[in-house]
Design a protein around this ligand. Structure first.
Ligand code: OGA
Ligand code: MN
Length: 294
């Protein structure tokens, strides 16, 4: 059987069949999927009942795995999964839904805002791979926005204006937008802002994209309110329905996306139900712009 990719959203989302990705890939298979990622930006696979180790092994075909440390407020002793797995479930280590006022849950609600994974790290993520181990039947869709198409649709004046702009990204900003502002000194230190270009160029295709994320708090050299108003405006443009795809999860779906060219968010669902979602993240290999001196 050979790999085939059916286009779900033109030029943006592909549905892959003809391959069992829970088993080791051959180098040509891995290359074909990587090329699929470059052609689309989101790939969907069905019926892939991963273990964590199988998910990690599949992810390693596309680069080194990112360590999730520094990306949340969950203490090491409270973790349900190891450091190479991002726990995007609503569960504690006892596998039960977190209480409504649990700090970890409130922090994770930030995933309902449009973002690009790890844009708050100096070297941001390449791919994310999200496995639906237990899914909910109402709500909880994950939505994706094509930031290449959004960039292309800007007028020339805006393109020229944003070409060299640099933004500050931090979990402090995205969580602050939801009123989650109580952070320990250690957390504030861990979430120190980093800089990212607002326009990125894909290393393989050469296509430009808008690098937006709810983690943005300002534009370097701009007054903060003006920066935020402009970023909000660009974000509204970028998430119009013509640029987006909504994924309704079936158990054992695996969705992978390119964080360099997309944003995503999860939609609200009944959090008394178990939603066990596990992400591996393929690390990026470079900064998008020089960081400020330490
Ligand atoms: C993520 C994320 C969305 C979801 O895995 O990075 O934002 O559907 N998750 O849980
Ligand atoms: Mn995410």
């Amino acid at each position: 059987m050979s790999i085939s990719i059916k286009e779900l959203t033109p030029g943006f989302v592909g549905e892959v069949s003809g391959i069992d990705i829970t088993q080791p890939l051959t180098p040509p298979q891995a290359a074909e999927l990587e090329a699929g990622m470059d052609r689309y930006a989101v790939l969907v696979y069905h019926n892939q009942p991963f273990t964590d180790d199988q998910q990690k092994a599949f992810s390693l075909n596309f680069g080194a795995l990112e360590n999730t440390a520094g990306g949340n407020v969950t203490k090491a002793a409270e973790r349900r999964l190891d450091f190479q797995m991002a726990d995007v479930s609503n569960l504690g280590p006892d596998h039960k839904p977190l209480a409504r006022d649990d700090r970890r849950r409130l922090f994770n609600l930030g995933n309902q805002l449009w973002h690009s994974d790890s844009s708050f790290r100096a070297i941001p993520a390449k791919f994310s791979l999200l496995s639906g181990r237990i899914v909910v039947d109402a709500g909880g869709n994950t939505e994706f926005a094509d930031m290449r198409a959004a960039y292309d649709a800007l007028d020339d004046r805006t393109k020229a204006e944003i070409e060299d702009l640099v933004c500050e990204h931090s979990l402090i900003y995205s969580r602050g937008a939801l009123g989650f502002t109580e952070l320990s000194d250690e957390e504030k230190q861990m979430f120190k802002p980093v800089r990212q270009r607002l326009v990125r160029t894909h290393p393989v295709t050469g296509r430009k994209s808008l690098y937006l994320s709810s983690h943005i708090g300002t534009i370097i050299g701009w007054p903060m309110p003006e920066a935020r108003a402009f970023i909000r405006d660009l974000t509204e443009h970028a998430v119009q329905s013509r640029f987006t795809y909504s994924h309704k999860w079936k158990q054992y779906d695996l969705v992978m996306w390119d964080n360099r060219t997309t944003m995503h968010r999860v939609r609200r669902f009944d959090e008394t139900k178990v939603r066990d979602m596990r992400r591996t993240t393929v690390a990026g290999d470079s900064v998008t712009v020089q960081q400020m001196a330490a």
